[in-house]
Ligand binder design. Structure first.
Ligand SMILES: Nc1ncnc2c1ncn2[C@@H]1O[C@H](COP(=O)(O)OP(=O)(O)OP(=O)(O)O)[C@@H](O)[C@H]1O
Length: 318
């Protein structure tokens, strides 16, 4: 459904996108992950025909976005990360306005709009003014707006950002419904776990480059270095955490309560054994110590360690 070949974008002296080769299969849900500034929005804008690439090519449904932008626009529903709010409209008027701009007849709109409102759980809000809606409702209305022309592909730029956990879940449920309807969905986020159970494949961007690509398991496998060790101390958790934070090979320390600590560690098995010995020598009462399976957050932190702008919040809290 989506294909890019050596896609690049330069803004002045910022190389926002570097030689991106990407493929998204028809009917799949593709999660586009990366910290702020990684190049996700730039890619989505190019695919949506709203921005010209500096080099490379992009195809949607087999159509070149530069050569056949109208054909591409028919195929896609694009939801930007910030969209203008038409506060003076009621929800139905808002959708009617966009449906009319797609040339949908009045009679068809009459039938379509209640269906769209139902799909996004806003049936009882049709007569509400847009500015009276909660952020989650506005996001869902924005999604309905993308659907007026029944596109095959949805390109959603950080649709869950700024939503509370409940609103996120509700939004995700609607996306699952759309997936079951056969839509292809490309969705970006800087929160990896948020997309995990929704996506078939994922691409992780950093500094304009795709640093990992595939399903979650294969993304984990692409990481050659680093391990995660889970340990439990019977007491002195604070001292243990401080010791680990100062350890030169430890990349991350996460205290999980109850004496449990997850530790990101550079190196191999030998390094792991050394760490255990050092903990014991430091009088830390280690009750358990084992190699842990990497969870999504570990994977994300490893892949995108480095030059993010510090605004990565993979814990799901924005
Ligand atoms: N119009 C622009 N002019 C100049 N630089 C830009 C412009 N748009 C984006 N950039 C830069 O391009 C890089 C990629 O930005 P982009 O918005 O694509 O990233 P992103 O992954 O979508 O991040 P975010 O989640 O913050 O939107 C960043 O360094 C950004 O500052």
């Amino acid at each position: 459904m989506i294909q890019t070949e050596g896609l690049s974008k330069v803004y002045g002296n910022v190389h926002a996108l570097k030689n991106l080769d990407l493929e998204v299969a028809k009917g799949s849900v593709f999660g586009f992950i990366g910290p702020n500034g990684a190049g996700k929005s730039t890619t989505m804008l190019i695919l949506s025909t709203l921005l010209e690439p500096s080099a490379g090519r992009a195809f949607v449904g087999g159509y070149d976005v530069l050569r056949h932008p109208r054909k591409v626009r028919k195929l896609i529903g694009y939801m930007p990360d910030f969209f203008g709010v038409y506060d003076q409209f009621k929800a139905v008027e808002y959708l009617d306005f966009f449906a009319a701009s797609y040339g949908i007849s009045k009679a068809e709109r009459h039938a379509l709009i209640p269906q769209l409102l139902e799909l996004v759980n806003l049936s009882d809000k049709g007569d509400a003014y847009v500015d009276s809606l909660s952020r989650g409702m506005k996001q869902r209305l924005g999604l309905a707006r993308c659907l007026v022309h029944d596109p095959e592909l949805l390109i959603l730029d950080e649709p869950a950002s700024g939503l509370d956990p409940r609103a996120r879940i509700e939004f995700r449920e609607i996306l699952k419904e759309l997936r079951d309807m056969g839509k292809t969905i490309m969705i970006s986020s800087h929160i990896l776990p948020e997309l995990a159970d929704l996506c078939d494949d994922m691409g992780v961007m950093e500094n304009g480059e795709l640093v990992a690509y595939g399903n979650v398991k294969s993304i984990a496998a692409q990481l050659q270095t680093g391990r995660v060790v889970a340990l439990r101390v019977s007491e002195r958790q604070e001292a243990a955490a401080n010791f680990l934070r100062e350890h030169p090979r430890v990349t991350r320390v996460e205290e999980e309560g109850d004496g449990l600590i997850r530790v990101g560690l550079e190196g191999d098995e030998r390094e792991q054994a050394t760490l255990l010995r050092q903990l014991v020598q430091a009088d830390i009462p280690v009750a358990q110590f084992h190699l842990a399976e990497k969870n999504l957050e570990d994977v994300f932190m490893e892949i995108t360690k480095g030059e993010s702008d510090g605004s990565v919040e993979p814990s799901g809290v924005e």
